[in-house]
Every structure is written in C-alpha cells, then in structure tokens.
Ligand binder design. Structure first.
Ligand SMILES: [Zn+2]
Length: 213
C-alpha cells in the first residue's frame, strides 16, 4: 500500500522542499526528527529512540524535541554535548512519545506535533505507529527571538490560522512544548536541550515511571 503524504509526515517529520533542505544543510543545522526502534537486551523490550536536535542561525531555524502524550517534560537518557552547535543535544529512549518539530524561516514558522508508539507482540520487532496531532504551515511570530527580542525566548509561539481566518493553533496542552521548540528554532548556535530534561528536573508522573522502567 502506498504511503500517503500525511503518513510520511507523521512518520518522518515536516516535508520541506529540496531547496530548503539544502539551505538548512548549508547553515550546519542538523535536526533529526526520524525515530528508531531499538531493542533492550536486558529487559527484553522494544523501545523508541529519538534525538532532540537542531538550532538556528539568524535567517532560519529547525528544532525537534520530545514530551509525553500529555505535554509533560520527560527525561533524557543521555545528554550529548558537541563541539559543533545546532546538532544533537540529548537522546531519549522510551515506549511512546510526542515529537514537536518547528521550522522557521525569518518570522514564518511550520509546526508539527506527532504522537509515536509501538504496536505488536513481545516476540517480534514491533511496528512504529505515528499520528499527527497538529500540523500548521506559515504561522507567524513578529518578535525576533533570535536577536532583538531574545528576552521573550521560551515564552512566545507562532500564531496559526485556518483558511477561514479563524485562529487554528494546537490544543493548549501543547503550548509549553511549542514555546520551547520555538525557542530552539530561534537559538543561534544552540547547545541546549530545550524540551528533554535531566531526570532530576523532571516531575514524577505515571509516564516517567514508565520511561524509567
Ligand atoms: Zn538552544
């Protein structure tokens, strides 16, 4: 069965035109929305592995990070520090997660929020399931978070509209995560993990117990 455009976006992340991808590559920003299925020998469990990654230059930004299905922060397995900025910042390995991806060109933003989980029995390699929770194109945010208005970083997000002109942003449970991913896409020379946090900074939740298991 041929995969639809939306299936591809749900699985692999925002579909950006080849010219845009080329331009991002030229800036050295390395944002990697793809997820991997990994097998943990000790616990004999299949898990999902994601890389929080990306950053910005003045002109554009591309950032991807992860939260749980309720929009709460989740802990990284490992923090990654690179000499070269705008690359991989942290690794998460867990059973299910929500991915928040932001692409910015000047003051125009694309936003994709997707949920990912594994389906199948314990004996075989499971299938990766993905669903789009929100996809917004050409959102706008007038504040120049990467420069003049950097004080607002982490507290602002782009506005999205429906074709009818009515507001069309994501559900409010995603607001905080979107603000953080927006911050990443407006963070020149990014060396932070804007969404994933150290386990000690993570509120104790059901999901966290699951993540740590
Ligand atoms: Zn940053």
């Amino acid at each position: 069965m041929k995969e639809s455009r939306f299936d591809t976006i749900a699985r692999r992340g925002l579909l950006l035109p080849a010219e845009t991808r080329e331009q991002i590559r030229a800036t050295g920003i390395r944002c990697r929305p793809q997820l991997e299925i990994v097998y943990q020998q000790q616990s004999k469990l299949w898990k999902l592995r994601g890389e929080e990654s990306g950053g910005a230059v003045e002109l554009l930004g591309h950032y991807v990070g992860f939260v749980d299905k309720r929009g709460n922060t989740i802990p990284w397995l490992q923090r990654v520090q690179n000499f070269i900025p705008n690359g991989t910042h942290a690794i998460v390995v867990t059973g299910e997660l929500v991915r928040v991806e932001v692409f910015r060109y000047e003051k125009t933003y694309d936003l994709l929020i997707t949920k990912h989980w594994l389906e199948g029995d314990a004996n075989r390699r499971p299938e990766l399931r993905s669903a789009i929770l929100f996809l917004g194109r050409n959102g706008s945010l007038e504040t120049e978070l990467w420069d003049r208005d950097s004080v607002f970083r982490g507290a602002a997000m782009p506005r999205f509209y429906q074709r009818s002109g009515e507001p069309g942003g994501p559900d409010s449970i995603w607001t905080e995560s979107v603000m953080k991913a927006t911050e990443g896409a407006c963070c020149p020379g990014c060396r932070h993990s804007h969404l994933l946090v150290a386990a000690t900074d993570c509120p104790e939740t059901e999901e966290r117990a699951e993540v740590m298991a």
